[in-house]
Design a protein around this ligand. Sequence first.
Ligand code: FMN
Length: 202
Amino acid sequence: MKQEILDIFHRRHACHSFVPDRTIPREDLDFILEAGRLSPSSFGLEQWKFIVVSDPAHRAALQEACFGQPQVGNASHVVVILAKVADLAPDTDYVQGLLAREYPGEALAPALVNYRQFHAMTDVPAWSVTQCHIAAANMMTAAAAIGIDSCAIGGFLPDRIRELLDLDPERYAVALILPLGYCADPVPAKQRLPLSDLVEYR
Ligand SMILES: Cc1cc2nc3c(=O)[nH]c(=O)nc-3n(C[C@H](O)[C@H](O)[C@H](O)COP(=O)(O)O)c2cc1C
């Protein structure tokens, strides 16, 4: 079991070129999106929204907005992960509803006070984006577990992406672009610093 999980982490890699015209079945795509949906989030506020782009012309436009990176154009599907911004204001129905679910009964009032304070002192778009990155990581791992490749893309022009998808900048920040498909190249060996460089036991 442990080794199987580690094998999935080794298999997941940043794919720079997908096999064109090989399409992910809808059932597998839904499985990957479900892994995103089930991700943990700060205050349980599920800060993400997923826009799945499959139309080749739209993928080509997204590729251009990602500095021409080919893996965006030749992926089977491109998931644009959006980070909620306006919805996260303390008085929205969205926050009130989700906090009531996370903090039932008498726990709600102090949680709202706490959240209001947190929201006022936080860079909300940046915080929201960090939550989306957790969902993205889970989606990439889930994809790798069923033989589907991915590449996290942070190199993009956010204004151009918002323009292409007709998004209100007050409402959403663009968190990450996630092309998915079947990699044209073999899985490379992982290059990572050893744990001894990263971990301190105290
Ligand atoms: C937030 C984030 C943004 C990234 N942006 C890009 C990108 O724009 N283009 C790209 O080719 N790879 C991108 N990557 C992939 C990394 O370069 C890659 O994960 C890293 O080199 C480690 O390699 P591996 O994923 O194959 O193990 C990004 C990764 C992360 C986590």
